[in-house]
Design a protein around this ligand. Structure first.
Ligand code: NAD
Length: 483
């Protein structure tokens, strides 16, 4: 099943790394709690297709050769799905690991995709917009040439260093190279709304994190075990990272009644036991370039990591990997850690957190809001109609008739505000958020059920892996092996 394609004869040396090995170790640990054949487990774990290639771009008066990858980890569901990382640090091992994690993540939140990931080894800051466009379009053409992209094959999305702009270039390149293909816009997600994107995609990961945290702290039995009262209202939260995931996580948690007592960025951290206004801190950072100096903070810390150790109930590391390690895990006071970022807690730290009576909501589930809404965007692209367009007016008419009837029977007239709230049909954003909320709630309880009903399963992460392995195994068993 392993496919290794090199675009030309030049050898590509990848760094000695072990991220994929770590993912496989977690997999192997969880696999002992399943009953699948060793060969099947091996098939699930392996990266099916690893495409590494190089292509030239014009730079100044000369050329530059760019290293790139696309990995499709598993085709037990089609298409495969995963972001494209634009980073100087990207390497084959990392792309393989992230592709594997996408497979498990999609299975956990019941998104019917296999996992994939892409990488372009550049620092986007060193290139002009024109050069970035050339790189992105050429990367897309290389994928097209080898059948590594398409609405039913493999659907990229943004990741570190890429965003809506790059997704637009990919969509346009794909459509140009596939004239007349009706579903061409479904070849990539994370596009701007004006180019067949979807409402709510930008904030989806942070919103999903907030749903995950709310769901976790709502279970009274679990909260009792870790010494917290149930419910999100009044819970003291520290968030690391005020980027896409961190900012939206903090904002939505605040909306649900949590008190954001600490915020950490790379320049330092701020704390106020009475609460910080997330939007005001965000605006302060936008104007001054730093969260430090915010008037509403009672304490400031020079190092982001110090901020993580302050008093709180919930910690949301939503910036980068390896923030909580054996070195600082014992100093963490939070009882619930929600992994907004990928890999913010090391395996050693995870053991310490659990030993100290804490719980970790694992990244594979916690930050799956983005891929969930990407799935909705893909569905929208295939159906060629915005969610809500066909039924909104119909719903409003039906609701109006119902309200009129209730008012007639009871003799009680609703206020105009009450009436419009009840009557209004759902917008695309409301439907997307509702679908996301449902996904995050159901998936949390699937993981939790596995966790609480098997004494030997010691973490929610292992429980999430067990669930994912079981679902993927069923797909492979149903598909059979051909020939
Ligand atoms: P982002 O670039 O928008 O934000 C990251 C933020 O972290 C930035 O504000 C940055 O200044 C800050 N930061 C950098 N170094 C820091 C440090 N040492 N201490 C504190 N803050 C620091 O990125 P993002 O999209 O929010 O992604 C954050 C994490 O979430 C990554 O691990 C990413 O892989 C993961 N993730 C993102 C999405 C998504 O939809 N954006 C989905 C799943 C997972």
């Amino acid at each position: 099943m392993e496919l290794q394609i090199t675009a030309n004869n030049k050898s590509i040396v990848s760094e000695e790394t072990h991220f994929f090995g770590d993912v496989c170790k977690n997999f192997d640990y969880a696999a002992q709690f399943t009953k699948h054949d060793a060969g099947l487990l091996d098939q699930i774990k392996s990266c099916n297709s690893v495409y590494r290639f190089r292509f030239p771009i014009r730079k100044g008066n000369g050329f530059e050769v760019i290293d790139a990858w696309r990995v499709e980890h598993s085709q037990h569901q089609s298409p495969t799905k995963g972001g494209i990382r634009y980073s100087e640090m990207v390497n084959e091992d990392e792309v393989m690991a992230l592709a594997a994690l996408m497979t498990y993540k999609c299975a956990i939140v019941n998104v019917p995709f296999g996992g994939a990931k892409g990488g372009i080894k550049i620092n986007p800051k060193n290139y002009t917009v024109q050069e970035l466009e050339n790189i992105t379009r050429r990367y897309t053409v290389e994928l097209i040439k080898k059948n590594f992209i398409g609405p039913s094959i493999d659907v990229p999305a943004p990741d570190y260093g890429s965003g809506e702009r790059e997704m637009s270039w990919i969509a346009d390149t794909y459509a140009t190279m596939n004239p007349g293909q009706l579903d061409s816009m479904g070849a990539v997600t994370g596009k701007p709304i004006a180019l067949h994107g979807i409402a709510g995609r930008r904030e989806a990961t942070g919103r999903g994190v907030a749903f995950a945290v709310r769901e976790c702290v709502n279970v009274a039995e679990d909260m009792k075990k870790i010494g917290l009262t149930p419910g999100i209202a009044g819970k003291r939260v520290i968030v690391q990272g005020l980027g896409n995931v961190g900012y939206h996580s903090a904002k939505f948690l605040q909306e649900y009644g949590a008190i954001i007592v600490g915020l950490c960025e790379f320049e330092g951290a701020i704390y106020n036991a009475d609460g910080l206004d997330v939007e005001a801190v965000f605006q302060h950072r936008k104007t001054t370039g730093s969260i430090l100096g915010y008037a509403g903070a009672k304490q400031e810390f020079k190092h982001s990591l110090e901020g993580l150790e302050q008093d709180c109930d919930i910690l949301v590391p939503a910036a980068l990997e390896n923030q909580i390690t054996a070195a600082n895990a014992k100093k963490i006071k939070a009882k619930v850690i929600a992994e907004g970022a990928n890999g913010p807690v090391s395996p050693e730290a995870e053991a310490i957190i659990y030993q100290n009576g804490g719980i970790i909501i694992p990244d594979m589930y916690c930050n799956a809001g983005g891929v969930t809404v990407s799935y909705f965007e893909w569905l929208k692209n295939l159906s060629h109609v915005a969610f809500g367009r066909m039924n909104r007016r119909f719903e409003e008419t039906a609701n109006t008739n119902l309200v009129n009837m209730v008012e007639g029977i009871t003799g009680v007239a609703l206020t105009p505000l009450q009436r419009s709230t009840i009557v209004k049909g759902a917008s695309e954003l409301e439907l997307v958020n509702s679908g996301l909320e449902d996904t995050m709630i159901r998936s949390y309880h699937e993981i939790r059920e596995t966790y609480v009903h098997n004494e030997k399963i010691d973490t929610l992460r292992t429980a999430a892996f067990v669930g994912a392995i079981n679902k993927i195994a069923v797909s492979y068993q149903n598909l059979g092996v051909w020939p």
